[in-house]
Design a protein around this ligand. Structure first.
Ligand SMILES: Nc1ncnc2c1ncn2[C@@H]1O[C@H](COP(=O)(O)OP(=O)(O)OP(=O)(O)O)[C@@H](O)[C@H]1O
Ligand SMILES: O=c1[nH]c(=O)c2[nH+]cn([C@@H]3O[C@H](COP(=O)(O)O)[C@@H](O)[C@H]3O)c2[nH]1
Ligand SMILES: NC(=O)CC[C@H](N)C(=O)O
Ligand SMILES: [Mg+2]
Length: 509
């Protein structure tokens, strides 16, 4: 996988989308913060600069050092990137009269240039900027314009430096994927060889070299990511892989037993550890979402530490961390702010002697599923909805008690089983229930009740980075709501969450 594309992040909300579009071309890519350019760029065949909320004209503008890149590697600069090159190499960027946000059409295109091969005049593009490139930089050739934006695309003559004001990564840029392909395949000559099979082959080889005869302790959750990670590691090191499935007391109804059952016959060495009390004790009385997440992360680490000490010579801790976990948890100056600290990201404390191995750290969820399929993992397991490591703790708003966990387990089971029975489960990317810290008045059998409210959430997504709420049939919602209120003691009201991500997130905490 040496055919690699570097995406420099200036904090645009769309940076991950650029990575997705590149991966969809079967090309491997990595996102790095604009100020963490590696010393050697030998492994990178092309570079893409992302957009940014900053203005190149402002004092806090982000200044990447492009000396190793511009004129030396094929470069595609998007939005802020395009403005940055104009601003720094003899052009001029100024505030535009109107803030350009939304759809526009390329009224003029220089079709003689490879970047615009197979892109028709009039092609719709997505704009999102308030600065505009007034004057092109030195040696620039204009490649496209819209009605409002004269310099919508340019290149630098004699270099493979391309710049575009619009966002090819956004779905509304109709020919965006073609443009990225033109740049990466035709201009930068990157091979399209990043396929699930190639990933498995390369990763197993790398893991073998890295781990040799070492033992690995892997946190297995029953979820897609850790299962795929386990099977990959198992192929690489066989019996040296020790999987630990922790009951944190925050799993779904009967999940501890069901998951242990599900792994029978897969050839993996799996141990179930019931640490419910440890987690629930540590969480008692804590109601702040980030504090809850941090405690759960800490107790997970303590449990893994204890377990690893029981395995002679264990050197590594394996996790099923995937790319969105990493992106949402880490923040650098400017670029993508920390949204929530995923329990499994952020490194291990010093007292732990283990090193971390995360074979899926660079993959998006749908890519993990494809890799899982190519490893021959059961389709039902791969089709499981994601379930967060902190479990029901982040779906019980406020403090956590065993009673609240019980209530939510019952509600969740009714909802999820209902989706399965009605054949809706596979149409939904993720579903769950949230216990609200609110009591509401109801009437049951002529008596006043004053009980808890639960919210149901079902979303559609490809990778969890963005999501839409699912339009579940009213009939179905009605049945589920009846069942919940009739069967689960302590709940007298059910609501349905109709928020998208962004601006909401999938989980409530
Ligand atoms: N109950 C658990 N026991 C052991 N390890 C766990 C547990 N829950 C989570 N982990 C670890 O944390 C990682 C991240 O959890 P996450 O929920 O994101 O992934 P997953 O459970 O593997 O897959 P999915 O997203 O489909 O639920 C897991 O891959 C696993 O290594
Ligand atoms: O392993 C995990 N540890 C966490 O701390 C965590 N927080 C959110 N999630 C899952 O990530 C996806 C995106 O969730 P949000 O929109 O709530 O950020 C959804 O699939 C969430 O269920 C987590 N998974
Ligand atoms: N999307 C962007 O990269 C915007 C760049 C810059 N902040 C502008 O508003 O023009
Ligand atoms: Mg999970």
């Amino acid at each position: 996988m040496q055919h690699n594309v570097l995406i420099l992040d200036f904090g645009s909300q769309y940076t991950q989308l650029i990575a997705r579009r590149v991966r969809e071309l079967n090309i491997f890519c990595e996102i790095l913060p604009y100020n963490q350019i590696p010393e050697s760029l030998d492994e990178f065949q092309a570079v893409i600069l992302s957009g940014s909320p900053y203005s190149v004209r402002s004092e806090d503008a982000l200044h990447p050092d492009l000396s190793q890149i511009k004129g030396k590697k094929p470069l595609l600069a998007v939005c802020y990137g395009a403005q940055y090159i104009a601003h720094n190499f003899g052009g001029e960027v100024a505030p535009s009269n109107t803030r350009e946000y939304g759809r526009a059409n390329l009224a003029y295109i220089d079709n003689s240039d490879s970047l615009f091969k197979d892109i028709p005049t009039g092609s719709q593009v997505w704009m999102s900027h308030s600065d505009t490139i007034k004057t092109l930089p030195r040696h620039a050739i204009k490649l496209a314009s819209t009605k409002e934006v004269d310099n919508a695309a340019y290149r630098i003559s004699g270099e493979e430096t391309y710049a575009i004001q619009f966002h090819p990564e956004v779905y509304h840029s109709t020919d965006g994927a073609t443009l990225l392909k033109n740049f990466l395949v035709d201009i930068a000559k990157v091979n399209q060889d990043f396929t699930p099979n190639a990933f498995v082959e390369d990763t197993v080889k790398e893991l073998k070299e890295k781990l040799q005869d070492d033992k690995v302790v892997l946190g297995l959750s029953g979820g897609v990511d850790s299962t795929v990670a386990a099977v990959l590691l198992h192929q690489a090191i066989g019996e040296n892989l020790h999987c630990i499935f922790v009951n944190n007391g925050l799993l779904r109804k009967n999940e501890f037993a069901n998951v242990l059952d599900q792994y029978k016959g897969m050839g993996l060495n799996v141990k179930g550890v019931d640490a419910s009390d440890r987690f629930l004790d540590a969480l008692a009385g804590v109601d702040d979402p980030e504090a809850k997440r941090k405690i759960i992360g800490r107790v997970f680490v303590e449990v893994f530490d204890d377990e690893s000490k029981k395995i002679e010579n264990a050197k590594w801790l394996g996790q099923g961390t995937i790319y969105p976990d990493v992106i949402e948890s880490i923040s650098v100056k400017g670029p993508s702010a920390t949204i929530k600290s995923h329990h499994n990201v952020g490194g291990l404390p010093d007292f732990m002697k283990l090193q971390v191995v995360e074979p899926l750290r660079m993959l998006f969820k749908d890519e993990v599923r494809r890799v899982g399929a190519s490893l021959g993992i059961d389709a039902e397991l791969l089709g499981r909805h994601p379930f967060p490591g902190p479990g029901l703790a982040i779906r019980i708003l406020g403090d956590i008690t065993p009673e609240k966990v019980n209530i939510l387990q019952e509600v969740d089971a009714i909802f999820i089983n209902g989706l399965k029975e009605k054949g809706l489960y596979d149409d939904v990317w993720q579903a769950g229930a949230i216990l609200l810290p609110v009591n509401s008045v109801g009437v049951m059998g002529d008596e006043r009740t004053y009980e808890k409210v639960v919210a149901l959430r079902a979303v559609q997504s490809t990778d969890g980075m963005t999501a839409d709420w699912v339009h579940l049939p009213y009939e179905f919602l009605m049945e589920i709501s009846n069942q919940i209120i009739n069967k689960v003691k302590g709940v007298n009201r059910v609501v349905y969450d109709i928020s998208s991500k962004p601006p909401a997130t999938i989980e409530w905490e």
